[in-house]
Design a protein around this ligand. Structure first.
Ligand SMILES: [Zn+2]
Length: 80
């Protein structure tokens, strides 16, 4: 279950385009998705760049049976 992206901003930084996606966390706070792991300041939930909820790093590889790099690879190919 991915978050709904509410707004996308593209900012050119030193000639390189950087994309910021805004979404509303499950706790109701607005968060910015600009990295492969994005923490909500208020509830510490973690989302990937596409707004998919990630489990806590301490659980990676345990509760999902996947290594965290599998999750990262998945997000590379995820169309939003
Ligand atoms: Zn939150």
């Amino acid at each position: 279950m991915a978050l709904v992206i509410s707004k996308v901003e593209q900012v050119s930084i030193f000639g390189k385009t950087h994309t910021y996606k805004y979404a509303t966390c499950e706790c109701g706070s607005e968060i910015v998705l600009d990295d492969f792991t994005n923490y909500c300041d208020d509830c510490e939930r973690i989302y990937d760049f596409s707004g998919h909820r990630l489990s806590s790093p301490r659980n990676w590889g345990e509760d999902t049976g996947e290594h965290w790099t599998d999750v990262a690879n998945y997000s590379w190919h995820d169309d939003w």
